[in-house]
Design a protein around this ligand. Structure first.
Ligand SMILES: NC(=O)c1ccc[n+]([C@@H]2O[C@H](COP(=O)([O-])OP(=O)(O)OC[C@H]3O[C@@H](n4cnc5c(N)ncnc54)[C@H](O)[C@@H]3O)[C@@H](O)[C@H]2O)c1
Length: 447
């Protein structure tokens, strides 16, 4: 089969969020693709159904903070659009749409289905003269093993009237970036690649090889690549669940979990996980994709779901502990006030999808406590719109709290001096530190 030239093909990234935009940026980065005449002929289209996001990007505003300031100029080189018409004659589609769960914790693959239908409606198959290359559609969204072949490909075939591995090809290459992690960017993480047949697998592997400094890891099937991603996140979720459970036991034993972990970590093969809230779009969600598929196959996973239950229950456990500590210090619960520092699901990132800080605030309010949530990065209006919770950028001067909960260790908090922490507290006020972040001299209560 005749595939397009990797350096001169027309690429469309479908879904320009945390995953899609950095990918589009890497594919357009001109110095990598200049040919001998110093002409960049690779075309990158950035497509999103959210026209507001497209407008913002066109104006150079990037709300996820995933693109370095020095790279923002590359946005001008991407053809940013919400128009499906721009997707005709695209050689390579990369699908990076969301794959959340619904309120019953079942996979919600609607965005993936919609994107597949849209692609099916615009693609044309290769012609016999080989003048038109067969389109290659690569999925990057996290899914359960089998989803690309069971859901996406049949939809594309139905809406295009074309056949896989004859008129068009598919692949799956999971995205493994961590939002907010500036050390491990897209180019520094090995890319797992797969395709729908041998030739497309090789082509897709080379295609990603052209932008990933760390190299690629080619696997034999789409299902293996899908499974590799989902088990990475499931393993992380379970490791944190174990440490969360240990932290509950340590607290009942009246010993400091972090000190226990520090001591245990002196053994070479002890894994350095810490207790904490597990939210976000990946770790707290992806294991449910795997358990959904396992259950469909007649196997009821116990360990994975037990881990999910522990991690999902952490806000309730933390709220109970906070209330207990407040009572021990002589505070009246109904008149207590608490400041929660940090709202996003992880540090240095404005993403608040599925943040467990929200659950913690709700739990504490159930006790009748007044709760103020502060975050330096989250979009305040969006938080109100989506989660119906008022958060603030800053605490008013001289405002004092019976308890301060350090929930998300944004770097903005690193320059807090001891006096700043103390100034936030009432006379018998206490600090609850979920991140092991607050100086020990202030006697924070830790998870
Ligand atoms: N956020 C991460 O760090 C991360 C890391 C690894 C993998 N993933 C996976 O990557 C996928 C995307 O995650 P994300 O965090 O980038 O999501 P996101 O919500 O930040 O971005 C998705 C974008 O897709 C757009 N979109 C939705 N439906 C669309 C459609 N039918 N056509 C075109 N655009 C559409 C949305 O408007 C949004 O801008 C998910 O499957 C996620 O699990 C995410």
């Amino acid at each position: 089969m005749n595939f397009p030239d990797i350096k001169n093909c027309k690429i469309a990234v479908i879904g320009l969020g945390y995953v899609g935009l950095p990918l589009a940026i890497e594919f357009i980065r001109e110095e990598r693709f200049s040919n001998s005449l110093n002409q960049n002929r690779r075309i990158v289209i950035g497509f999103d159904i959210d026209s507001k996001r497209i407008e913002e990007l066109k104006n150079g505003f990037e709300s996820t903070n995933e693109i370095k300031k020095s790279d923002l100029y590359l946005l001008n080189k991407i053809k940013l659009t919400s128009s499906v018409n721009e997707l005709r004659e695209v050689n390579v589609f990369i699908v990076t749409v969301p794959t959340p769960i619904d309120k019953f914790k079942n996979p919600d693959t609607s965005a993936l289905r919609n994107a597949s239908k849209m692609i099916g409606e615009v693609i044309k198959g290769a012609d016999k003269s080989n003048k038109i290359f067969p389109p290659i559609i690569i999925f990057e969204s996290t899914v359960y093993p089998g989803a690309t072949e069971e859901i996406c490909i049949p939809i594309i075939e139905k809406h295009s009237n074309l056949s896989l591995n004859k008129d068009f090809f598919c692949g799956y290459s999971p995205e493994r970036i961590n939002p907010g992690d500036k050390l491990h960017g897209l180019r520094e993480i090995v890319k797992v690649t797969s395709g729908s047949d041998r030739e497309s697998t090789d082509w897709i592997d080379k295609f990603y090889g052209s932008i990933i400094d760390k190299g690629t890891h080619k696997v034999k099937s789409i299902k293996i690549a899908e499974a590799a991603k989902i088990i990475e996140n499931t393993q992380r979720d379970l490791n944190i669940a174990l440490i969360n459970e240990l932290s509950i036991i340590c607290s009942l034993l009246n010993i400091d979990t972090l000190e226990v972990l520090e001591a245990a970590s002196t053994k070479w093969n002890f894994l350095p996980f810490k207790p904490g809230l597990v939210g976000g779009h990946c770790i707290g969600v992806d294991p449910y994709y795997l358990t959904h598929k396992a259950q469909a196959l007649g196997y009821h996973p116990e360990v994975i779901l037990a881990g999910r239950k522990i991690n999902d229950n952490m806000p309730k456990w933390i709220a109970q502990r906070v209330v207990l500590e407040l009572v021990k210090k002589g505070h009246k619960i109904l008149t207590s006030n608490i400041l929660i520092m940090g709202y996003s699901f992880k540090e240095n990132c404005p993403d608040f999808r599925n943040t467990k800080v929200n659950d913690l605030a709700i739990e504490l309010r159930e006790y009748g406590i007044t709760v103020l949530v502060q975050d330096p990065l989250c979009n305040i209006e969006k938080v109100m719109q989506e989660n119906n919770i008022k958060i603030v950028r800053d605490v008013q001067e001289n405002q004092k709290f019976d308890c301060v909960i350090m929930a998300v260790a944004h770097k903005e908090y690193t320059n807090y001096k001891d006096e700043k922490w103390s100034s936030l507290l009432t006379a018998r006020g206490l600090i609850f530190d979920l991140k092991g972040f607050v100086p020990r001299i202030l006697n924070p209560i830790r998870l």
